[in-house]
Structures are given as C-alpha cells and as structure tokens.
Design a protein around this ligand. Structure first.
Ligand code: DAH
Length: 338
C-alpha cells in the first residue's frame, strides 16, 4: 500500500503531464505546493506523528516536494521553448536587412592620415597642443616680437581674455620641448587660423602638420633629405622638390618648400607646400627659460622644423580646385573620396 504522500505525488505528476498551458501548470502548482496545497499541508500533519515516524515521513515529504517541483519546472521550460520557437518561425530570415549608410573620412582627414603614416615610418612621434593658445606659445617663444605683423589684430583671432586661435601649429614645438628633453622627434597635426580674405586658396581655418627634430649635429641636409623623402612617398617617384630661401622668425636659415610632380595633373607647376628651417637659437633660449634648466643648450643641440600646408597638399594630391570645398559639406564633393 503506497503512502498517501506517494499517491499525492503520482496524482500531481499526472496532472502536470496533462497540463496544456502555463496557466494549467500554475493551477496544479498552487493545488499541491501552494501555502495550503495538499502536499504542503503535510508539514502540519507531521507534528501529530509518532516520534519514530517523523524522520521517515519528513524524508518522503522532501522527495515528493522535489519531484513535483522539478516536473513543473521542466514542463514550464518546455512551454517557454515552444513559445520562443513559434515566434522565431514567424521571422523571414531570407528578407534583405536594413542597410546602414556607411560614412567615410573627410579628404583632409585622409590627407593627415597619409602624412602621419609616412612620418611614423621615419620615427616621428605624435605630439599635441590646443587650438586656443597663449601669445607665449604662438609668438613670444617662437622669437616673434610684439611688433611683428603676425600679431596684428587684423591678422589673428583674439579672445577677450587675451588668448588667441593659433596661427600655426608651431606652438606644439614649444609645448613638446617644454615637456621632454632632447633628442626629440615629433610631429603635430591640426588646425590653424588666420584672418585671411577667403578665396579659392585661402581660408580662415586651415590645417598643418608640424615637425620638429632636435638632436646633436642636425643639419640642413637632414631637413632636405627627409622632406624630399616625404614628398616622394606622397606624390610618387617623379616628384621634384625645391627649397627657396625665406624668412621665419623661429628658424635660421629659413626655407620654403616647393614641389612639382609628373604624376599630378598640374605636373609642370611648382607649388609651395611648406615652410621650414633650422631651429633659431632664440627658440631654444625661450625653452630654457620656460623649463628652467639647460636641457636645450643651443651650444649642444641643433634642430630642424617644418610646417606643411595640408589643405594645399590635399588639393594637389586629389586635384581639388577650391579650398572652400573642404568646409562646405557638399555630399557630391565628399562622396568622391569615400
Ligand atoms: N609656421 C609657419 C607658417 O605657418 C610654417 C613653418 C615655417 C613652420 C618654418 C616651421 C618652420 O616649423 O620651421 O607659415
């Protein structure tokens, strides 16, 4: 004769087996395992049992409760699975997906990346500085005295607190030297600003890659060789590079860089693309003052620096006729570089 608890268990298991939905299953659970369910109520009934019977029935009660709980759970899981696969079956996985518009890098950005890649291979590390600068970094430390025309309010954007939008990326030369002793080999890529009359080749915001190399015995030959290498990597082997004397306050001697390349549309034309030169001792002196040490002693160290006009380079490389196209956000223009 099975124990009444075993009978209850078998009865519950049969009902669970025949339940057709989650609700029927829940009703069965409450009927047997709920607070006053017929299996649960055996907890009370146990108190009336003889002492030696208690552990036997207690054990049985546990087993019965576990068996019924497990059956309900597994049945519930089955219902759940059926529901999910039913929902999945309604999805037509052969339908085409929703296409996302894939953007692309701006041609100027692509130009910077190309330039940076080449300089990386030549051992230059990337340095940084802010667009909003102090007069010290933009002018004073670069041997550009207060009466220099570059500092004229007509030529530069000043903020009311006396700071300004940097007129060139040469500011980063000073920041890099202030933060690390020589030898130093860095480039900095970013925007610069001037109050230029806007036309096909001038814009109030333009872009540069600045370079600085400080070591013992750096010479003009290093400067020329490395910039020539850069231009040939960029424009191809048929590229000629010319250096013409110029003046910049922060270099001595100073040079302008011109290129022409048979690989390009405007093949025969010399185009000015950069300024460069040997770092002026007065620039090292400014850094000595700022660092308050002799790390950049001009008797020991020399260096070259350059500033490449990235808008100009991109215009040559991609044959773009007007600098204003870079900022107009015309998708017909931008898509050509996707
Ligand atoms: N800062 C100059 C400009 O924007 C370009 C330049 C010239 C940068 C000579 C240099 C340099 O580093 O040595 O016109």
């Amino acid at each position: 004769m099975p124990h009444p608890l075993e009978q209850l268990r078998d009865e519950a298991l049969r009902q669970i087996e025949s339940a057709t939905d989650e609700q029927a299953l829940e009703t069965t659970r409450v009927k047997y395992l709920g607070r006053s369910g017929s299996i649960s109520s055996w907890g009370e009934k146990m108190k009336a049992l003889a002492k030696e019977e208690k552990p036997v029935v207690g054990k049985l009660l546990n087993e019965v409760r576990n068996a019924v709980t497990a059956a309900i759970e597994s049945h519930n899981a089955q219902f759940h699975l059926q529901k999910e696969s039913g929902a999945l079956a309604k999805i037509d996985i052969s339908l085409p997906g929703t296409p996302h518009e894939i953007g692309s890098l701006h041609p100027l950005h692509q130009m910077h990346e190309r330039g940076i890649q080449i300089f990386r291979r030549m051992g230059f590390a990337l340095a940084e500085g802010p667009d909003v600068e102090t007069e010290w970094y933009c002018f004073d430390a670069l041997n550009t005295p207060p009466d220099h025309p570059a500092r004229n309010e007509q030529d530069t954007f000043y903020l009311s607190d006396g700071r300004l939008l940097r007129t060139h990326t040469s500011t980063v030369q000073i920041r890099a030297m202030e933060s690390a002793p020589p030898p130093l080999r860095v480039i900095a890529s970013g925007a610069a600003y001037r109050r230029d009359e806007v036309d096909a080749t001038h814009s109030a915001q333009f872009h540069q890659i600045e370079g600085l190399y400080v070591d013992e015995n750096v010479s003009v030959a290093d400067l020329k060789g490395e910039l020539e290498f850069f231009m040939r990597e960029l424009f191809g082997p048929g590229t000629d590079v010319q250096f013409r004397p110029h003046y910049f306050p922060f270099t001595e001697p100073s040079l302008e860089v011109y290129v022409r390349s048979k690989a390009l549309k405007r093949g025969e034309q010399w185009i000015e693309v950069a300024g460069c030169g040997m770092v002026h001792p007065a620039v090292f002196e400014a850094v000595i003052k700022a660092r308050d040490d002799k790390a950049y002693d001009p008797e020991k160290w020399s260096g070259y620096a350059f500033g490449l006009g990235m808008d100009r380079l991109a215009m040559i490389l991609f044959d773009i006729p007007d600098i204003r196209l870079f900022a107009q956000n015309d998708l017909r223009f931008l898509r050509q570089f996707a």
